[in-house]
Design a protein around this ligand. Structure first.
Ligand code: GLA
Length: 401
């Protein structure tokens, strides 16, 4: 090969290389890139439902609080709005429009406000003819069924980073088809929009929602949470057995947090948060952060507990024991350590022992057992001994020395 030919080949290779690199940069993000770890953020539903206090002033105020209260620093990213944001009818072009009393500045302006703070913005719709509220037949807010492409394009134009897609008024059309149509429409926008399915586990979404055409980033495994210990406990039990289905890009969702809403004790809220974290569940704050108590904020910003939820290995904790009302859940972490939650669901205090071999630890080794609520270390063979008050949990990170 002469020099000229060599130069031509080099130039060609360079051009091809540049084209390959830039087309890679433009390529749509994969599910694992959009949701490498479970989503963290806020959603207004658990605190406001459809009440009039849910409006743009509230949501801007929440975004402000993400910064002021250190929630952004703790990893909370998404500021999401739920049902009742939309107007009763689509506009003349068939586009969704916001309720003018609640969102007079429009959705794009709200998304811009949230983005300017380095946060992301999420919206809600339903894979049906109408959304879930109000519960009057044929009198709800318009849903996305049959409008998937048009709605997804509008979401992308508004700067929406996250879609929660509900299941009401679904005209009994196959769930995979309905959620698949929106999944494809979202990807066709070319924007990395987090896709959160909300079919309440009715069609066992964990069996099909991580595959195309849906390719969802999370799916609800349960009905709606209520701000009671009984509801939290029920959802935990439904979700904890589904650990095999969670992985980076695709997460089980036992519904949003109630921490701070007043219906549970601080001990119960601590269990709620610990259990959601060890299950690698979405951490979506459901309390009005403009009025949050110091106790609730203390729970929601425990960075050692959050690190367990957000661990890069992306494994949902596995329950290794449920006996006498005591649950033991173990979650392997990226650095070879493991997190453990010991939870006492019952009404009487319990002395709990978990031996080192039950935790799969090596007899020859010494371990540091770090209490993630007390922020204190102990050294030994890794075994756990703890007295748990009714409804209480303890949470540890166990690391070989
Ligand atoms: C359903 C969902 C809830 C909430 C409401 C809104 O019940 O499961 O999370 O979005 O609809 O109407």
């Amino acid at each position: 090969m002469n020099n000229v030919a060599r130069k031509i080949l080099w130039s060609l290779a360079l051009v091809l290389g540049v084209v390959a690199t830039s087309s890679h940069a433009d390529a749509a993000q994969t599910a694992a890139e959009i949701a490498p770890t479970p989503q963290m953020g806020f959603n207004n539903w658990n605190s406001t439902h459809c009440r009039a206090e849910f409006d743009e002033a509230m949501i801007r105020g929440i975004a402000d609080k993400f910064i002021e209260l250190g929630l952004k620093d703790a990893g909370y990213t998404y500021v999401n709005i739920d049902d009742c944001w939309a107007d009763w009818k689509r506009d003349a072009n068939g586009n969704l429009k916001p309720n003018p009393a609640r969102f007079p500045s429009g959705i794009k302006a709200l998304a811009d406000y949230i983005h300017a703070k380095g946060l992301k913005f999420g919206l809600y719709s339903s894979a049906g003819s109408w959304t879930c509220e109000p519960k009057k037949e044929n009198h709800g807010f318009p849903g996305g069924l049959g409008h998937e492409k048009q709605d997804a394009a509008l979401y992308a134009a508004w700067g929406v980073d996250y879609l929660k897609y509900d299941n009401c008024n679904n005209e009994k059309i196959d769930a995979k088809q309905r959620y698949g149509a929106m999944g494809e429409a979202l990807r066709a926008t070319g924007k990395p929009i987090f896709y959160s399915l909300c079919e309440w586990g009715e069609n066992k979404a964990w069996l099909w929602a991580s595959a195309p055409p849906v390719d969802g980033n999370s799916w609800r495994t349960t009905g709606d949470i209520e701000d009671t210990y009984a509801s939290m406990l029920k959802l935990f039990k439904q979700n904890v057995v589904l650990d095999a289905y969670a992985r980076p890009g695709h997460w089980n969702d036992p519904d949003m947090l109630e921490v701070g809403n007043g219906g549970m004790s601080d001990v119960e809220y601590r269990s709620h948060f610990s259990l959601w974290a060890i299950m690698a569940a979405p951490l979506l704050i459901g309390t009005d952060l403009r009025k949050v108590t110091p106790e609730a904020l203390h729970i929601l910003t425990n960075k050692e507990v959050i690190a367990v939820d957000q661990d890069a290995l992306g494994v949902q904790g596995k329950r290794i024991r449920v006996r006498d009302g005591v649950h033991v859940i173990v979650k392997p972490l990226h650095d070879g350590s493991r997190a453990v939650v010991v939870f006492n669901e019952g009404r009487s205090a319990k002395e709990v022992k978990v031996a080192a071999d039950e935790l799969g630890l090596d007899k020859e080794k010494t371990y540091t057992v770090r209490d993630l609520w007390e922020h204190a270390d102990a050294q030994g063979d890794g075994a756990i001994r703890v007295r748990l008050a009714p409804h209480a949990s303890a949470m540890y990170r166990i690391r070989a020395l």
